[in-house]
Design a protein around this ligand. Structure first.
Ligand code: GRF
Length: 202
C-alpha cells in the first residue's frame, strides 16, 4: 500500500513509520511526506531517506478550500492508498476527508475519548489519572473523534512532568503507529458505518 504522511513538526512518528516500512514483508511504503510548515524538522529527515516531500503553507493560499485543493492535486499525482497524519496540526474539511474516508489515520497522544485536543499530558497529570497513552484512530470530520484502531497505555508516575510523560508516551506511539498502519494495509481493520471493524483474532 502507498502511504502519504502529514507532519507539522519533528516527524518522529513519520520516521518510526518509515523505519517500519523498510522491513521487507511490511505491507506499506511511504511515497510522500506533506507538511504545512516549511520549517518542520521532519522534512529534511524524509528527504535524507529519499522520500518525496511537499510543503503547502496555509498562508500561501486565499482560503482553506484553495489550500486543500493544492494538497489534493499533489495527492492525485502521488496516488496514496492511505494517509497517515503524524503531528499534523491542522484539521481537514469534510470534503477533503470524504476523498479518503476510511483510509486516513491519526495518532493522538492520549487514550481517546479522554483528553482530545491539545496539552494532553498536562491535562492527564492535572486530572490525576494513573494511566495515560496514545490512540491511533480513523480520521473523521470531528477532531480526535474517529473510530479507534489501536491504543497503547503507559503509567503516569508521581513525579511526572508533561515532558517526562510525553517522552514515555512517544516511545509507545512509535511502536503503535506502525502496528496500526500494518493492520489497515493488510485489510485487518476497516471503517464501516462509522465504526472500526477488526478481523477476528487481531
Ligand atoms: C506526538 O505526540 C503526536 O502524538 C502528536 O504530535 C506529537 C509530535 O509528533 N500528534 P512527531 O514527533 O512530530 O511525530
Amino acid at each position: 500500500k502507498r502511504v502519504a504522511v502529514f507532519i507539522s513538526g519533528g516527524g518522529s512518528n513519520m520516521l518510526a513509520l518509515a523505519d517500519a516500512c523498510t522491513a521487507p514483508d511490511f505491507p506499506a511504503e511511504i511515497v510522500a511526506v506533506f507538511s504545512d510548515k516549511p520549517s518542520a524538522g521532519g522534512i529534511e529527515k524524509a528527504q535524507a531517506r529519499g522520500i518525496k516531500t511537499f510543503v503547502f503553507e496555509r498562508k500561501g493560499f486565499a482560503g482553506k478550500a484553495e489550500h486543500e485543493a493544492a494538497i489534493l492535486a499533489a495527492l492525485d499525482e502521488v496516488k496514496p492508498d492511505i494517509l497517515c497524519l503524524a503531528g499534523y496540526m491542522r484539521l481537514f474539511s469534510a470534503e477533503f476527508i470524504s476523498r479518503y474516508e476510511g483510509s486516513i489515520l491519526n495518532i493522538h497522544p492520549a487514550l481517546l475519548p479522554l483528553f482530545p485536543g491539545l496539552h494532553t499530558h498536562e491535562r492527564a497529570i492535572q486530572a490525576g489519572v494513573k494511566i495515560a497513552g496514545c490512540t491511533v484512530h480513523f480520521v473523521t470530520e470531528g477532531m480526535d473523534e474517529g473510530p479507534i484502531v489501536a491504543q497503547g497505555a503507559v503509567p503516569v508516575l508521581a513525579d511526572d512532568t508533561p515532558e517526562t510523560l510525553a517522552g514515555r508516551v512517544l516511545t509507545v506511539e512509535h511502536k503503535l503507529y506502525p502496528l496500526a498502519l500494518k493492520l489497515l494495509a493488510e485489510g485487518k481493520v476497516r471503517m464501516e458505518d462509522g465504526r472500526a471493524i477488526t478481523s477476528p483474532g487481531t
